[in-house]
Design a protein around this ligand. Structure first.
Ligand SMILES: NC(=O)c1ccc[n+]([C@@H]2O[C@H](COP(=O)([O-])OP(=O)(O)OC[C@H]3O[C@@H](n4cnc5c(N)ncnc54)[C@H](OP(=O)(O)O)[C@@H]3O)[C@@H](O)[C@H]2O)c1
Length: 246
C-alpha cells in the first residue's frame, strides 16, 4: 500500500495537470500537502477542491518557479518536508527552422534551471529519506514535432537526475524523474483542437496501450517514486510504451 501518512509533500505546479493529480493522490495516501503555481485563481480553486476532499486545509502560495529568491523563501517557509515535486514548467514549441533565441533561452530558464535551483534550495529543508521529483518528457527519447528545445531540456533533466541521486545520497535524499509521453492535461488548452485530435489520435494508435496518458498515470508514478526507498536516479517513463512501438 502507498502510505504517505506523516509525510509532507510540496508540489510547485500543483494547480493543474500532473501536479494537481499528484497532490490529490498524495492527500488520499495521508500526506500533508502544499501546492504552488503562478495563476492565483486556478491555484486557489485547486486548493479549495483538495481541502474539501481531504477535510483539512491545503495551503497554497502564488509562486513563479523561475523567480529563485521567491521559491527559496517559499521552501524555507514550508520546511520541513519530505518530498518536493517540480512539474511547474512549460516550454515553447518551435521547429529548428523557426527558432527564436530569446524564447529558447527562456524555456531553459523555465523548465531546466528553475527546477534545478529549486532542488538546490530545497536541500536543507528536506527530511532525511525524502525525495525530489523532476519532470522531463518523451521528446528527449523520440523526436516530437515542435519540441526540439524541449528535447534538449528533457535530456538535461534526465542527466541531472542521475548526477544528483549520487550527489545527494550522503544527505539521504533521493532524486528521480518522471518522463511523460503525451498526457491529456491543461496544456492541451494551448493547442488547437485540430492539432490535439491529430496528435492524440496518432499517439494512441502508435503506443502499445492504445491511448494517451492521463494525469493520474503520472501521479501513480510519483507515488511509487515517493514511497519506494530503494529507487533513486531513476527516469521513469510514463508513456504507454512508445519505445516499444515499431
Ligand atoms: N502533458 C504532457 O503531455 C507532458 C509531456 C511531456 C512532459 N510534460 C511535463 O510534465 C510537467 C507537467 O505538465 P502538465 O501537462 O501537467 O502541465 P499543465 O497541465 O500545463 O500544468 C502545469 C502546472 O504547473 C504550473 N506552472 C507552470 N509554469 C509554472 C512556473 N513557472 N512556476 C510555477 N508553476 C508553474 C501551472 O500553473 P500556472 O500556469 O498557473 O503557473 C500548472 O499548475 C511539465 O514539466 C511538462 O513539460 C508533460
Amino acid at each position: 500500500m502507498d502510505d504517505l501518512s506523516g509525510r509532507k509533500v510540496v508540489v510547485i505546479g500543483g494547480s493543474a495537470g500532473i501536479g494537481y493529480a499528484s497532490a490529490e493522490m498524495a492527500l488520499d495516501a495521508g500526506a500533508e500537502v502544499a501546492i504552488a503555481a503562478r495563476g492565483e485563481e486556478r491555484l486557489k480553486a485547486a486548493a479549495e477542491r483538495l481541502s474539501a476532499k481531504a477535510g483539512r486545509d491545503v495551503p497554497w502560495q502564488v509562486i513563479d518557479m523561475r523567480e529563485r529568491a521567491n521559491v527559496a523563501a517559499y521552501l524555507a517557509a514550508a520546511a520541513p518536508f519530505d518530498h518536493l515535486l517540480l512539474p511547474g514548467a512549460n516550454v515553447y514549441r518551435t521547429t529548428f527552422a523557426d527558432l527564436d533565441e530569446e524564447l529558447a533561452r527562456a524555456s531553459f530558464d523555465a523548465k531546466m534551471w528553475a527546477p534545478f535551483f529549486a532542488a538546490y534550495d530545497a536541500r536543507p529543508h528536506l527530511r532525511k529519506g525524502g525525495s525530489i521529483i523532476f519532470y522531463s518528457g518523451l521528446a528527449n527519447r523520440r523526436p516530437v514535432p515542435g519540441y526540439v528545445v524541449g528535447a534538449i531540456i528533457d535530456g538535461g533533466l534526465d542527466a541531472a537526475t542521475r548526477s544528483l541521486a549520487y550527489e545527494l545520497a550522503p544527505e539521504e535524499l533521493r532524486v528521480n524523474c518522471i518522463s511523460p509521453g503525451i498526457i491529456e492535461t491543461a496544456y492541451v488548452e494551448r493547442i488547437s483542437p485540430e492539432v490535439k485530435d491529430e496528435l492524440f489520435g496518432a499517439y494512441a494508435k502508435k503506443v502499445p496501450v492504445g491511448r494517451v496518458g492521463q494525469a493520474e498515470d503520472c501521479a501513480k508514478a510519483a507515488m511509487y517514486l515517493m514511497t519506494t526507498g530503494f529507487v533513486t536516479g531513476a527516469v521513469l517513463r510514463v508513456d504507454g510504451g512508445i519505445e516499444s512501438a515499431p
